[in-house]
Design a protein around this ligand. Structure first.
Ligand code: AHG
Ligand code: MN
Ligand code: MN
Length: 337
């Protein structure tokens, strides 16, 4: 049951969480706090994106004569800059960069960070909800914390099963800005009070409702699906279910998490380069799978493989994704296989 207005700030919540583990040294706390600052910065940029577009001359320079950056690039740089010398991560992976992003020499921390700086890019220009998704696995290539500060993280640190994540979450820039995350002790949602500049606990211990109220899939791809997928969608639409598809995974996921629903992005025959579906494992599917599991739901591929059990073989690997209410996801898998 979601309770409102509990009034605890996100920083206080994270600190209390750290105190539950006397052996914790505060690195995860520090890392999450850095992310919160990045989130507030990105939120400010996202909120004025429309204005920047209107005022920008030729879309290249803003009114002060500065370069108007593409929002994807801007959010990517905001997170990179905050993280590269914070000392909590050993390397980063971003949707916007082909290769692993190194941190500054001497600042290699004990976690890694994979992120989708701006999810739902096609919705930026039309003022529809977008978000940032993040995944935090522990570094595995170096065990001695102190002496590893100079040793950069490698791909191996990222090619871990989703079940190894220490924390995961997202920031949703919607009708209000929310940060939703889990460190493996339930899922909590914090809403930004823009007048104060603080995220406050607003959705405590989120559990996905039992009833699958919403179906979220891009039905424009119907013609590219296999027969089983077509049959399944026909079958589920015979039920009492409403169709909702925003086209920002993070926003579709959030709605279904709060209200109950199933989201599907199966593999299809539309684009041969996306044979394994469109969404990325490391910074889209895996972090949301971590959250949904914590909230009592489930995430699998269209062949029924648990997303959290997939061992990635490359950092930008794609995966088919079915995520939402446990029963609905199980039924979909029975139907599809
Ligand atoms: P991104 O904007 O980070 O590239 O991700 C877009 C993704 C995801 O947010 C969404 O669920 C999906 O693309 C929508 O794809 P379609 O337009 O093919 O439905
Ligand atoms: Mn995305
Ligand atoms: Mn993106």
């Amino acid at each position: 049951m979601v309770k409102k207005s509990l009034g605890i700030t996100v920083s206080r919540y994270i600190m209390d969480l750290q105190h539950m583990f006397p052996e914790a040294k505060g690195d995860l706390t520090g890392l999450l706090n850095e992310l919160i600052v990045a989130a507030k910065t990105i939120n400010a940029e996202v909120n004025k994106a429309g204005l920047a577009d209107i005022l920008g001359q030729s879309g290249k320079k803003n009114v002060q004569g500065e370069e108007v950056q593409n929002l994807d690039e801007l959010t990517n740089n905001t997170i990179k800059k905050r993280m590269e010398s914070c000392g909590y991560v050993c390397a980063m992976v971003s949707e916007e960069e082909d290769n692993i992003i190194p941190v500054r020499k001497g600042y290699s921390g004990k976690y890694t960070l994979a992120f989708d700086p701006l999810d739902g890019s096609s919705n930026i220009d039309v003022n529809v909800s977008i978000g940032t998704i993040f995944s935090i696995p522990r570094r595995i290539t170096s065990s001695s914390e102190v002496s590893s500060y100079d040793i950069p993280g490698t791909a191996e640190d990222f090619l871990q099963k989703g079940s190894e994540q220490v924390a995961a979450g997202y920031i949703l820039y919607g009708s209000s800005t929310m940060m939703v995350f889990s460190t493996g002790h339930g899922v909590n949602g914090f809403t930004l009070d823009p007048s104060v500049g603080e995220f406050y606990l607003s959705h405590k211990n989120i559990k996905i409702p039992k009833t699958c109220k919403y179906l979220s899939i891009n039905e424009g791809n119907h013609k590219y699906w296999n027969e089983n997928m077509k049959n399944y969608i026909d079958h589920i639409k015979d039920r009492e279910i409403s169709s909702r598809y925003i086209g920002s995974l993070v926003a579709d996921f959030h709605r279904n998490l709060i209200s109950g629903g199933i989201f599907l992005y199966p593999k299809d025959k539309k684009d041969p380069s996306k044979k394994q579906g469109k969404l990325r494992l490391l910074y889209e599917a895996a972090p949301l799978a971590f959250l949904i599991q914590q909230a009592g739901g489930k995430a699998v591929t269209d062949e029924g493989e648990d997303i959290l059990e997939i061992k990635p073989t490359s950092i930008h690997q794609r995966t088919p994704l079915i995520i939402g209410n446990k029963d609905a996801v199980s039924e979909a898998i029975e139907f599809l296989n």
